[in-house]
Write a protein that binds this ligand. Structure first.
Ligand SMILES: Cc1cc2nc3c(=O)[nH]c(=O)nc-3n(C[C@H](O)[C@H](O)[C@H](O)COP(=O)(O)OP(=O)(O)OC[C@H]3O[C@@H](n4cnc5c(N)ncnc54)[C@H](O)[C@@H]3O)c2cc1C
Length: 367
């Protein structure tokens, strides 16, 4: 059986995978391939149609205030999409454009089904071919791994990433972080009544970290409804189960108060960090991936994680403007081991796209 060999294999051509491809090209590293199950930017293309970026795009690039949603210092979704809050489909178009412009080596419609490491190399199995490489960068994202089992009866609910049609008047959302609040804003904007339940009170969190507090763009949309009957919050309320009773859903909670929803409850309970095929190759602490300082697996040397699930202590890289700053660090680490030049990284360093010292990241704004 023939086997295709590369120094580096990237799995996934989303924001992280395409961003990595650009870093590799800028460093003159050609011995790589990006394997993509679907097409470039597929997760973005699958976002519910009403979902838009909460992080704004704006072309500040050449004043060194780079578009927050750009994956390379010299590109800007605001510039080529002409919008401040792109839809998922629009952003997939931006990624396609970037991939084409930089001539990235991407194989679409190629699903990785297994990754194994022998003494030195990785063997990556796809549905019809095997690949071998010294390094693997997992950039598979988390959109394909929705959490659908957080309590008994969760399987009777629908996940927010898959909720598209809202024909009735009233909806209940379980989970009050960004995706729950963003969906609430959408439902309210089309005249629905919304109940949000959360084990804590995420909507009350005040902080400078966009990974923890609700985005200003979402608050702007919610403000007209706060304090009205259209929007009810049940904070500090953990859902313990959901049961379907005739046409309604009974939502049991730990406070003893049970709620009745006339429509299928919507789970805004997030995503698992890793799918089964790579789960055992990374150390995990609950749903967090434990990484070495250069985002390498602590148990599988040569395997790196790129994307929104990168986390170091309290520093969470779940936004593009955050995780893009770790992509050159992975390439730097690999290039050093392969004795390759990293001159191409200078542009990233100058543009604040190379974040190694994380001591600054937990500061709060002064006002
Ligand atoms: C609804 C939603 C809204 C968001 N809004 C924002 C926002 O406003 N701003 C922001 O900065 N971030 C936002 N994020 C977070 C983050 O930017 C996205 O999750 C982004 O898609 C992460 O990029 P990625 O490349 O890591 O993953 P993805 O874009 O999911 O890319 C992973 C790719 O890997 C492929 N893949 C997966 N498994 C395999 C396999 N086994 N074999 C081959 N290919 C595989 C997938 O098909 C996919 O194309 C949002 C996320 C969601 C879900």
């Amino acid at each position: 059986v023939s086997i295709e060999k590369y120094s580096i294999i990237v799995v996934g051509a989303g924001a992280a995978g395409v961003g990595l491809g650009v870093v590799l090209e800028k460093c003159g590293i050609k011995d790589y391939v990006i394997l993509e199950r679907d097409t470039i930017g597929a997760s973005f293309a699958k976002w519910p149609s009403y979902t838009r970026f909460i992080s704004p795009s704006f072309t500040g690039n050449f004043f060194n205030a780079i578009d927050l949603n750009a994956i390379s210092p010299d590109t800007s979704p605001a510039f080529n999409l002409k919008t401040e809050h792109p839809s998922g489909k629009e952003y997939a178009t931006y990624l396609e454009l970037v991939a084409k412009h930089f001539g990235l080596n991407i194989k679409e419609h190629t699903t990785v089904i297994d990754i194994k490491k022998d003494d030195n190399d990785f063997i990556i199995a796809t549905e019809n071919k095997k690949y071998q490489s010294q390094f693997v960068i997992w950039a598979g994202g988390d959109f394909s791994n929705p959490i659908l089992n957080s309590f008994p009866g969760a399987e009777q609910c629908v996940h927010s990433s898959q909720a598209e049609e809202f024909p009735k008047d009233e909806y209940t959302i379980i989970g009050g972080y960004e995706s729950g609040m963003e969906l609430s804003a959408h439902l309210l904007s089309i005249g629905k009544t919304v109940t949000v339940i959360d084990a804590e009170e995420p909507w009350e969190i005040q902080g400078s970290d966009s990974s923890i507090s609700i985005a200003p763009a979402t608050f702007d949309r919610l403000k007209p409804f706060i304090g009205t009957r259209k929007l009810r919050f049940f904070g500090n309320t953990k859902v313990t189960g959901v049961t379907k009773i005739a046409d309604n859903y009974e939502i049991m909670t730990n406070t003893g108060e049970n709620l009745l929803s006339p429509t299928i409850p919507i789970l805004a309970t997030g995503f698992y960090a890793l799918p089964t095929i790579v789960k055992n190759l990374f150390e995990q602490n609950e749903n967090s991936v434990v990484l070495g300082e250069n985002d390498e697996s602590t148990i599988t040397p040569g395997l790196f994680l790129a994307g929104p699930r990168v986390k170091h202590g309290g520093v969470i890289f779940c936004f593009i403007y955050k995780f893009r700053q770790r992509l050159p660090i992975i390439v730097d680490t690999i290039a050093e081991r392969l004795n390759l030049s990293t001159d191409g990284l200078e542009e990233y360093k100058k543009a604040n796209f190379y974040l190694k010292d994380l001591s600054c990241c937990t500061d709060e704004c002064t006002c």
